[in-house]
Design a protein around this ligand. Structure first.
Ligand SMILES: Cc1cc2nc3c(=O)[nH]c(=O)nc-3n(C[C@H](O)[C@H](O)[C@H](O)COP(=O)(O)OP(=O)(O)OC[C@H]3O[C@@H](n4cnc5c(N)ncnc54)[C@H](O)[C@@H]3O)c2cc1C
Length: 399
């Protein structure tokens, strides 16, 4: 039977955009469907930090590959990448594991550098070095523009023939005799040989609306994350590295010349699930702002003179191990349907790798011969007791 498309990608965030871009390099007719606008979901809220510092070798390799794409993006479009550097401090008790982690990254060809803790004062005069006993630095890391990256992937895919429909909510996906039928909210139907869900926190809603019972849904929940934007005082202006502050469970992204974005590294927040059917407030609560301001000021006292500019709330699509689920969904009776979701709050920097992995998976390449073996991301890994783990559990920089 004839189908309308070879591939339909659902979701126009950084994941769906990257998947469409990588698929557009293959033969076939491709459609991307997005219920809102491009990058209007969690991608648009992202701090968009780009680093390769990870404590699992597979994820670090994917970060290395993705860094290469985003930092050298001219052939795709505009990434807005700023190479500011990034600093990862550790306490004395974590030093040995951090050294091993750095050695693992160097084995992967990443030049993870050691930095004398005092050097942090060069960027942040008056910084408290409490518990900052051993410091790793990635001078090549930084941040990009998540909306620009997503639009560039989309535009480049469109120039290679991909069709894009925004404002199209997919209400169900149904699989029957090698044909997948995608039905939109207004009753339009599109058929394809293969359909990929890049639908972040909304993945289980779509599966549930497609008839998958609750107990068979994917282990993906949604957690609320806030970012506070501040104008730095004059004495802290200038291009500065991103500072990781594990004792305070926070990161400080020095954006442009004079902004600072404060985000959370708190696993308790990652694990606190919210109901996505309830409206998410646009801005952070004031208690949260006060709490994270006091963490920041305890680390960099001069930031007490900064001005609050704005705050935002976004959602992380959390899995139990903080890593994606990339898999065919034939085991749910959805032959020809695939998923790349559950990115757990660190999926922007990995979007090129997700696009590559997913395009290889749906084109039937033997996983042993693929760029990255997607079987590591199978949903069954949790039931099998084989989650993706940090190689250095105690210092865990998994996501
Ligand atoms: C506050 C915050 C800070 C972050 N900071 C970083 C960071 O510093 N570094 C980093 O690497 N990552 C970071 N992340 C994570 C990263 O931004 C995300 O993992 C990534 O952008 C997710 O992209 P996505 O395309 O999977 O999801 P989304 O951008 O949410 O896109 C999914 C899209 O699917 C669409 N959709 C869903 N259901 C349907 C349907 N039924 N029909 C049609 N369309 C549908 C939605 O409208 C949405 O546009 C952060 C995330 C947040 C929220």
């Amino acid at each position: 039977m004839a189908v309308d498309f070879d591939f339909i990608v659902i979701g126009g965030g950084s994941t769906g955009a990257s998947i469409s871009y990588y698929l557009s390099g293959l033969k076939g007719k491709i459609l991307l469907l997005e219920k809102g606008g491009i990058a209007g979901g969690n991608t648009g809220k992202s701090s968009a930090l780009i680093r390769t510092h990870y404590s699992n070798d597979l994820i670090a390799s994917m970060a290395k590959y993705s860094y290469g794409v985003i930092s050298n993006f001219d052939s795709v479009g505009f990434s807005g990448f700023h190479k500011t550097g990034m600093i990862f401090p550790f306490s004395r008790s974590e030093e040995e594991l951090a050294r091993k982690n750095a050695a693992m990254l160097r084995d992967l060809g990443l030049e993870e550098e050691e930095m004398p803790p005092k050097e942090i004062e060069k960027y942040f005069p008056g910084v408290s070095l409490n518990d900052f006993d051993y410091v790793l630095s990635e001078p090549w890391s930084g941040y990009a523009d998540p909306v620009a990256v997503t639009n560039s992937f989309i535009q480049s895919a469109q120039s290679r023939g991909v069709s894009v429909k925004t404002g199209t909510n997919v209400s169900s996906v149904e699989s029957n005799s090698d044909i997948v039928t995608v039905t939109s909210g207004n009753g339009n139907k599109f058929t394809a040989k293969k359909v990929i869900l890049a639908t972040n926190v909304w993945t289980n809603k779509l599966l549930s609306d497609s008839g998958i019972p609750g107990e068979r849904l994917l282990p993906i929940g949604a957690s609320l994350h806030s970012v506070i934007y501040l104008k730095r005082p004059t004495s802290l202006k200038g291009v500065k590295p991103v500072l990781w502050d594990p004792p305070n469970l926070a990161y400080y992204k020095m954006e442009g010349d004079s902004l600072c974005a404060v985000g959370s590294l708190d696993p308790a927040i990652d694990k606190k699930m919210v109901d996505i059917d309830k409206p998410v407030p646009e801005e952070a609560g004031y208690d949260y702002i006060e709490d994270y301001m006091s963490r920041l000021v305890s680390r960099i006292p001069k930031m007490g003179e900064s001005t609050i500019v704005s705050s935002l709330n976004g959602l992380y699509d959390m899995t139990p191990d903080g890593q994606a689920i990339i898999s065919p969904l034939d085991y749910l009776g959805l032959e020809g349907v695939y998923v790349c979701a559950g990115l757990s709050g660190h999926g922007f920097k990995l979007s090129p790798a997700y696009g590559l992995i997913t395009s290889e998976m749906v084109s039937g390449i033997n996983p042993d011969k693929a760029s990255f073996d997607w079987r590591a991301f199978r949903p069954h890994r949790f039931a099998e007791g084989k989650p993706i783990r940090s190689k250095f559990e105690e210092i865990g920089t998994m996501y």
